[in-house]
Design a binder for this molecule. Structure first.
Ligand code: SF4
Length: 183
C-alpha cells in the first residue's frame, strides 16, 4: 500500500501534540481554508508516494518518541494507509494524534474514516477558520477546532473533549518544574 506525503517522517516535534512526536505530513487536502499555513500540501498529485510498510519499518528505528501525529494536508483523505501506520504505531507503544479538516461526526459517517478512528487516540477536528484564529489555545489553529479523546468518545457515543487542551493558555500560572528534561 502507498501513501502520498508532503515530506518524509519528521521526528522530535514538540508542537504537534503532547510530548515528543514523529509527524507524518500527508499530501492532499480538499478544504481550502483561507489562511491555511500549508497550501503546498493541498494538491492531491503533489508530494511523493511512499510505501507504507517501509515507513513503518523506518518508524521502528526512531527512538525516544511518545507518539505519531498524522497531519498534512488532510490525513483522513488517505484513511486506509493512515490506519495501517496508526495500528503499527500502537503496536510499537506509540500514541496517535490526528489533525483533520473534517469533523468527528463526519468521519463517523464514512466507513474508512471511522475505521481510522479506531486507531486514533486524539483527534483535532474541523476546518481552520481565520476569523477564529488564536495563538492562545493549545494544539489548535482556531477556536472552532476541538481536541477530542477518541476512545472515550467512541465508547460513550458522543464527543468527549480533552478539557486541559480546550481552555486558553494561562500565563499567570506559577512556574512549574518540568518532570523531565531534554538533554
Ligand atoms: S484542513 Fe488544514 S491543510 Fe487543509 S486547507 Fe484547512 S488548514 Fe489547510
Amino acid at each position: 500500500m502507498k501513501i502520498r506525503l508532503a515530506a518524509y517522517l519528521q521526528p522530535d516535534s514538540i508542537v504537534d501534540g503532547e510530548g515528543v512526536r514523529t509527524v507524518i505530513w500527508t499530501q492532499g487536502c480538499p478544504h481550502a481554508c483561507p489562511g491555511c499555513q500549508n497550501p503546498g500540501t493541498h494538491d492531491f498529485n503533489g508530494g511523493a508516494l511512499f510505501d507504507v510498510s517501509e515507513l513503518i519499518d523506518e518508524l521502528k528505528t526512531i527512538k525516544n518518541q511518545d507518539g505519531i501525529t498524522l497531519s498534512g494536508g488532510d490525513p483522513v483523505c488517505q484513511s486506509e494507509a493512515c490506519y495501517e501506520i496508526s495500528k503499527a504505531a500502537h503496536e510499537m507503544g506509540l500514541n496517535v494524534w490526528c489533525y483533520t479538516g473534517y469533523t468527528y461526526e463526519a468521519m463517523l459517517k464514512n466507513p474508512k474514516m471511522k475505521k481510522l478512528l479506531s486507531e486514533v487516540d486524539v483527534l483535532v477536528d474541523g476546518k481552520f477558520i481565520l476569523e477564529e484564529r488564536s495563538l492562545n489555545i493549545y494544539y489548535r489553529g482556531s477556536r472552532n477546532q476541538r481536541v477530542i479523546d477518541v476512545p472515550k468518545s467512541l465508547e460513550q457515543g458522543s464527543v468527549v473533549l480533552i478539557d486541559k487542551y480546550m481552555k486558553d493558555k494561562s500565563y499567570d500560572e506559577p512556574y512549574k518544574k518540568p518532570d523531565y528534561m531534554f538533554i
